[in-house]
Design a protein around this ligand. Sequence first.
Ligand code: FMN
Length: 175
Amino acid sequence: MDFINELLRNRRSIRRFKETKIENEKIELIKKAILMSPSGKRFNEWEFIFIDDKNILDQLSYCKEHGSELLRNAPLGIVVIADKNKSDIVIEDCSIASIIAQLAAESIGLGSCWVQCRLRKTADGKDSEDVVREILNIPDNYFVQSIIAIGYKDQDRKPFEDANLQWEKIHTNTF
Ligand SMILES: Cc1cc2nc3c(=O)[nH]c(=O)nc-3n(C[C@H](O)[C@H](O)[C@H](O)COP(=O)(O)O)c2cc1C
């Protein structure tokens, strides 16, 4: 219980990363974690593209007008996609896998940030999902949820504090 509390308390979005390469064992652990993500009816329609090629990460960093530039200095990006023909709840399943990737990263001393692709546009108005599909040769029937940037943290973020949580958001028995 302490472990999950600590993990959640410390996970903050990290947008600046050190150059340090992520060890293969850590990448394997993240792969294992996302493959254990829950999915509706266990359809497992998600798929993940691990990107450590600087040139490709640079191209992806322009997939949105704002909020994707951090991919330029990330050592790893995980593109979370799903075959839309295999499930009608791809958004939910891909979102869960995305946060699991972030929490797994945090648990092994890495920082992460979610880069949203669905419903986003590039600076010149192209659909972000289309741009990512084109860069990575992803077929049209695949939905592109997010790119999770991961790496060793190069910034300090304050952990959450109990006293500052929005306790008013919690209701009991009725609204
Ligand atoms: C669904 C979702 C989409 C997000 N998209 C982006 C994004 O495109 N770019 C970015 O820099 N951060 C993105 N974030 C990170 C949020 O901005 C961040 O979680 C929020 O500001 C709270 O900060 P914290 O994660 O440090 O608690 C996203 C987070 C979520 C959950």
